[in-house]
Write a protein that binds this ligand. Structure first.
Ligand code: GUN
Length: 308
């Protein structure tokens, strides 16, 4: 029987734990943690992410501030906003939602955030700290993957882990965190030779490619744990039918109602029967990202107040 790793329930539990800790620390006289999320432009997906991040903060008793700027915001203005948040004592965590409009070089703004407020863990100082096992911030999405694996007691030490995708946001930090847990890690990418064969060696397979349904049955060893980090919006009816061959699948109704559905990088219908455990999309890794951002913001607030 395949175990479904429930990201929604796990994220709710983590958010509840953060809320409890915020209640405890503020009752003891500490300042509540604060997160500022900066959104430039009107990309609908980014707007949804920023909204859910700040709302989750408020629900857990943190301060959640959205800073929403028009798409034609210039370099100096965004730089000033980041500088002001860096200096703002109410704010422990800052994130600039990516991608930024093309005229704004992402790297400059990622580098501009103070490392001790960089709850996304994207600043080179935190990237270095992650690989060196020094205290810092690890990106929320791969941290969420580790958290759900641990909470479902999936053995990591000595396991063969294969990460497909080498992005700075997921693939690379995912590999670092798995190594920290004593897994034996391979990172694959578009130039990997015989990708299915490499993937089939995995006890834990993490798909973070950004291509709907890319990972199929030929990539998965029987009993493997499959983690699907992909969130792809699909509007193509043919692809929906290919990924969900069962006409009774509730995904077809969602597609008919909305004109699109979110699907992962894993062909769930084909892979779930083979896997030992799997994260669904939606309801898998996505909710964990928000929960782990709260965990990072809480940690930042404690460090900045000398409580940790
Ligand atoms: N864009 C996609 N994922 C993320 C994330 O985790 N943080 C930020 N800042 N932007 C993103």
């Amino acid at each position: 029987m395949t175990m479904i790793l429930d990201g929604t329930a796990t994220a709710a539990k983590i958010r509840g734990e953060v809320a409890e800790e915020v209640t405890r620390m503020t009752a003891a006289g500490a300042r509540r943690p604060g997160l500022a999320a900066v959104l430039v432009g009107d990309d609908p997906a980014s707007a949804v992410y920023v909204g859910s991040k700040t709302r989750a903060c408020e629900e857990a008793g943190l301060l959640g501030r959205s800073v929403i700027l028009p798409g034609d915001t210039d370099y100096a203005t965004l730089a000033r906003v980041v500088d002001e948040l860096n200096a703002d004592d109410e704010i422990d965590g800052i994130l600039v939602q990516l991608p930024l409009p093309k005229h704004l070089p992402e790297k400059d703004f990622v580098h501009r955030i103070r490392p001790d407020k960089d709850v996304d863990g994207f600043h080179p100082e935190n990237v270095g700290r992650l690989w060196l096992d020094e205290p810092g911030f690890a990106p929320a999405t791969p941290s969420g993957v580790i958290e759900i694996l641990k909470r479902y007691q999936i053995a990591l030490a000595g396991a063969r882990a294969v990460v497909v995708g080498r992005s700075a946001i997921v693939g690379k930090p995912m590999a670092a965190l798995l190594v920290r847990e004593n897994a034996t890690v391979t990172i694959c990418h578009s130039r990997t030779r015989d990708l299915p064969a490499v993937c089939r060696e995995a006890d834990i397979l993490v798909a973070a490619i950004g291509r709907p349904g890319f990972v199929t049955a030929e990539h998965v060893k029987s009993g493997a744990t499959v983690i699907d980090v992909g969130i792809n919006r699909v509007t193509d009816a043919e692809l929906v039918t290919k990924l969900y061959p069962d006409p009774a699948s509730p995904r077809h109704k969602t597609f008919a109602d909305k004109g699109s559905i979110l699907v992962g990088d894993v062909d769930y219908s084909a892979v779930a029967p083979i896997a030992g455990a799997i994260t669904p999309v939606p309801g898998g890794v996505g909710p964990l990202t928000v929960a782990m951002l709260l965990v990072n913001t809480l940690a930042a607030a404690k460090r900045r107040q000398g409580l940790a």
